[in-house]
Write a protein that binds this ligand. Structure first.
Ligand code: HAX
Length: 444
């Protein structure tokens, strides 16, 4: 058994016993209650799912196994001469709850290199799509095309014992994560580089090699990719891509099926597609205003015209966060340190000055602050990755780390099929009347 798998098995056996005791002793105690507003309001704030890799606090932002993003940038192993964390280290941390040593991360990088071979038919499947198909659709289909290689599906078909589900899920997760940069970069070069494909550089780490496969050898871009792939990896379990992975996986669909579904959730403009939408919106602003150095007043007018046309300001707001997103702040710091003179980056910073008071003045926006997607586009543009329809694919590659670590845990803990209760407005009205004697409106 490989060292990470062995450690995971040990940790999961420990947590399994802990959970058993917890449930035996406290199983019927309440941790959350549900209001009518939450039933109609997208289930915000209902604590009802287990997700071990990370936890989100509305004020403070995300913590991965207890570590904040600034702490991860400090503590996780880095590439030689690099300053940013290696995403491999974060995967290790999310899976087993321990910051890995440099040697452990080296082992993981090398292990993923060995698993990275993508079957040829996956590329032919992608090739069958019109080249103008959105890159996220190509990504989702590329992941699905690998499903025939699922260890979980194969072992399940031959009668796997349920105590071994975690092992097969671990194998699939490791293989899928290892292969993703190749599939994602294939799509990029197919769509934007006249299908001029390149080979992996097996001397590089996972993020560095992804940059190389995309065609970027600049060290600054490689460092940004490592940071990007680390900070987008997980945001606890309730966000749409994570929850989708969990829901689909809870039917014992294998990691390829559930992660492909997650990419479809990520492709929505209120979720991961927001990184594409932000840069489109900023570029349109520059175009409309006719200047690459707009004033705050000009930006404010543009923001108001977007709102007046019934659209959201992309990159702002969040379902849980109530402060500027630390993932935004980490990218801002990276830009301050590395590319403080970029016009686009300066616009992104000015937007941060302008948008929150305007959103607050609407009186309904719960979080007026920037989220992770507000900054990435300006950095990617600076390094020459200008094809914004591709940006969400980068997010997807990163998101695999968190959601697949969580799926390993779901299998190891034997989490059941997810099946919350839904209801109807009629049932709710009857219930309110019965329980509270509340007068309710007549049916229309
Ligand atoms: N611009 C304009 N209006 C906004 C807004 C924004 N950025 N954010 C929220 N609002 C509006 C909502 O549309 C809603 O209006 P209605 O009542 O008229 O429907 C109202 O404010 C209350 O919404 P909320 O409770 O503050 O926010 P939600 O939890 O419903 O939604 C969203 C959270 C992220 C979807 C929302 O803030 C939004 O649409 N933001 C812009 C899109 C975006 O940046 N998405 C990426 C989020 C981070 C992420 O998942 N990245 O992958």
């Amino acid at each position: 058994m490989d060292p990470l798998k062995e450690l995971f098995q040990q940790k999961s056996q420990e947590l399994n016993s802990e959970i058993k005791e917890l449930l035996d002793e406290h199983g019927s105690k309440k941790v959350s209650e549900v209001s009518l507003k939450q039933v109609y309001g997208g289930m915000r704030g209902i604590t009802c799912m287990l997700w071990e890799p990370s936890l989100l606090d509305a004020e403070e932002g995300i913590r991965f196994r207890g570590y904040s993003i600034p702490e991860l940038r400090e503590k996780l192993p880095r590439a030689a001469n690099g300053k940013e964390p290696l995403p491999e280290g974060l995967f290790w941390l999310m899976l087993v709850g321990q910051i890995p040593t440099k040697q452990q991360v080296k082992w993981l990088t090398e292990n993923w290199v060995r698993r990275a071979n993508v079957p040829e038919h996956v590329f032919r499947t992608i090739d069958a799509l019109p080249v103008e198909t959105h890159p996220m659709t190509q990504m989702s289909i590329g992941v699905m095309a690998m499903q025939g290689t699922s260890v979980f599906a194969e072992r399940y078909a031959s009668g796997m014992n349920k105590t071994e589900y975690w092992d097969a899920t671990y194998e699939d997760s490791m293989n899928l994560i290892a292969r993703l940069p190749r599939v994602a970069a294939y799509i990029y070069r197919r769509v934007y580089q006249k299908n001029d494909q390149t080979l992996p550089d097996i001397s590089l780490d996972w993020g560095g090699n992804f940059a190389h496969l995309l065609g970027f050898e600049d060290q600054g871009f490689k460092e940004y990719m490592r940071l990007f792939l680390t900070i987008h990896a997980d945001h606890e379990g309730g966000n749409a891509s994570a929850h989708t992975t969990h829901l689909v996986g809870s039917t014992l669909s294998d990691p390829y099926l559930s992660f492909s579904a997650a990419t479809n959730a990520l492709a929505g403009p209120l979720h991961g597609l927001a990184n594409q939408e932000v840069i489109r919106w900023v570029l349109k602003m520059v175009d409309t205003l006719g200047t690459s150095k707009p004033t705050r007043e000009q930006i404010a007018e543009y923001v108001k015209s977007t709102l007046n046309s019934g659209r959201v300001i992309p990159g702002y707001g969040h379902a849980v966060l109530r402060k500027p997103d630390p993932r935004y702040m980490a990218q801002r710091q990276f830009a301050e340190d590395n590319i403080p003179d970029s016009d686009l980056v300066k616009i992104v910073w000015k937007i941060f000055d302008v948008v929150p008071p305007i959103l607050t003045s609407l009186g309904k926006v719960k979080n007026p602050w920037p989220n992770v997607d507000a900054h990435s586009g300006a950095l990617l543009m600076h390094y020459g990755l200008t094809q914004h329809k591709y940006y969400t694919v980068l997010f997807a590659v990163s998101r695999a780390l968190g959601v697949l670590a969580a799926q390993c845990w779901a299998r190891a803990l034997g989490l059941p099929l997810e099946r919350p209760k839904s209801t109807t407005t009629k049932w709710l009205k009857d219930y309110l009347e019965k329980e509270y004697g509340a007068p309710v409106a007549e049916e229309h």
